[in-house]
Design a protein around this ligand. Structure first.
Ligand SMILES: *[C@@H]1O[C@H](CO)[C@@H](O)[C@H](O)[C@H]1NC(C)=O
Ligand SMILES: [Ca+2]
Ligand SMILES: [Ca+2]
Ligand SMILES: [Ca+2]
Ligand SMILES: [Ca+2]
Length: 331
């Protein structure tokens, strides 16, 4: 009897979740104000003409970023929304730029454009330099255009659903969100900068921890991609022995044994090296260094997962009837 009741509750829960996934109520997705949920993300087509920097600032001030589609599917979504909007200018900004490394278009999170749909003869870096990516309203094809031009644009933002789990400009990889910051900062300032960001659970970012070789490889490539053409970027990660000399700990309290020190490191040179950098002399290699050194930093936070706080079936049921959602603050 008891197991029958439990079974019925289980089935009901499965049915409720299946119906939620199959026919989502658009209002159940939490998009920033003014954004429209479409095919897994939130979008906003802006018809007021702005230059690229002002367009990006507008998107950021409304909780998103300039849209940076990287699949035909996402371009199709954007074209659908553009088609449903009136008075859209012929030219629209997307988020990619190649001003850092000519010919390589990246968005603000370091994501490289890998599936461009260039218009014939583009990108041509015409007329003394064109470094911003523009979409044609009618064809959905791309062109590089001077960033100062004032045209329409498309913002996108994360909806707090299962498909879009990192904040704007953060890169999702294997259950975490990463972001590279090129502005030179001390270890402490780098960590404080990371902690000024959080996911929709309210969990803050920290300087990245590294749990295994695969993650070390990912972070190494991510740094290289985020700043293409700039050589090896020595970058803070979260490992430090500030509290107890010789006893290294992660700022996010990760408890894993993995390290990737250069041989002879950590050497606590001049009794004054308590913080860890990656990319010391060779890609991916660690060194301890004085914490006041100012250099790049890489941050990491767990992805937002609406069910992550609710692993147990009972918790999922509670979530579905609305109580658990109190633990999931709207961003
Ligand atoms: C100790 O590490 C520093 C880098 O933090 C390096 O410049 C120095 O050469 C190392 N010292 C020795 C003796 O290996
Ligand atoms: Ca260019
Ligand atoms: Ca062009
Ligand atoms: Ca030390
Ligand atoms: Ca050292």
């Amino acid at each position: 009897m008891y197991s029958f009741v439990l079974g019925a509750v289980f089935l009901a829960a499965v049915q409720v979740s299946a119906s939620l996934i199959a026919s989502p109520d658009p209002n159940s997705y939490r998009c920033p104000h003014g954004y429209q949920f479409y095919s897994g993300k939130c979008y906003k087509v802006v018809t007021v003409a702005k230059d690229h920097a002002a367009a990006q600032a507008h998107c950021e001030s409304t909780g998103g970023t300039l849209a940076s589609p990287n699949s035909q599917e996402e371009i199709d979504s954007i074209m659908d929304l553009v088609g449903q909007t009136t008075a859209v200018p012929d030219l629209l900004w997307l988020g990619y730029k190649d001003e850092t490394y000519e010919g390589t278009f990246t968005d603000g999170s370091g994501k490289v454009l890998t599936h461009p749909t260039w218009s014939n003869g583009e990108p041509n870096n015409c007329c003394g330099g064109e470094h911003c990516l523009q979409l044609y309203r009618n064809s959905g094809l791309m062109n590089d255009l001077g960033c100062h031009r004032e045209i329409g644009f498309v913002c996108s933002a994360c909806s707090q659903d299962l498909s879009c789990r990192c904040p704007a400009l953060w890169h999702e990889h294997d259950g975490d969100c990463y972001r590279f910051f090129g502005l030179p900062r001390s270890f402490e300032d780098g960590e404080a900068n990371c902690q000024s960001y959080h996911n929709a659970h309210g969990q803050p970012a920290h300087l990245a921890s590294v749990s295994c070789q695969a993650e070390n490889d990912f972070i190494t490539n991510f740094i290289a991609q985020s700043w293409p053409g700039q050589g090896l970027r020595r970058t803070w990660i979260g490992f430090n022995d500030i509290d107890h000399e010789g006893n290294f700990e992660w700022t996010d309290h990760l408890a894993e044994e993995y390290t990737n020190w250069k041989s002879g490191e950590p050497n606590d040179s001049n009794n004054n090296e308590d913080c860890t950098e990656i990319n010391f002399e060779q890609p991916g290699i660690w060194n301890d260094l004085g914490c006041q050194t100012k250099q790049s930093s890489v941050c990491k936070m767990p992805v937002f997962d609406p069910y992550g706080a609710c692993h147990k079936l009972a918790d999922i049921i509670t979530h579905l009837i609305g109580q658990c959602s109190a633990a999931l603050p709207v961003q």
